[in-house]
Design a protein. Sequence first.
Length: 95
Amino acid sequence: MTVALITRLVVHPSSVARAMSVFADMEADVHANEPGTVEYRYYQSTSEPTVFWVHEVFADEAAKQAHLGRHGQRRADFDAILAAPPEFNAVAPLR
């Protein structure tokens, strides 16, 4: 069964351009190196430019844990741009 997260990220106003670069690099890395990640995409709020959302779908819990285990390599990037801790939301499809 798939496992999904929708995470809200708030970046510093001065870091929006940097965030877009970090998030694009992260998307590319995940798509290239995590076969258990079914969907991984960032979105920017149209009403609040410092708010981003990431939609993550994993083949199973093991794939999610593998993904989270790789976050250490990007920790410095995230710490530099985030204005608040990420808000993780576990979600399930309606069907």
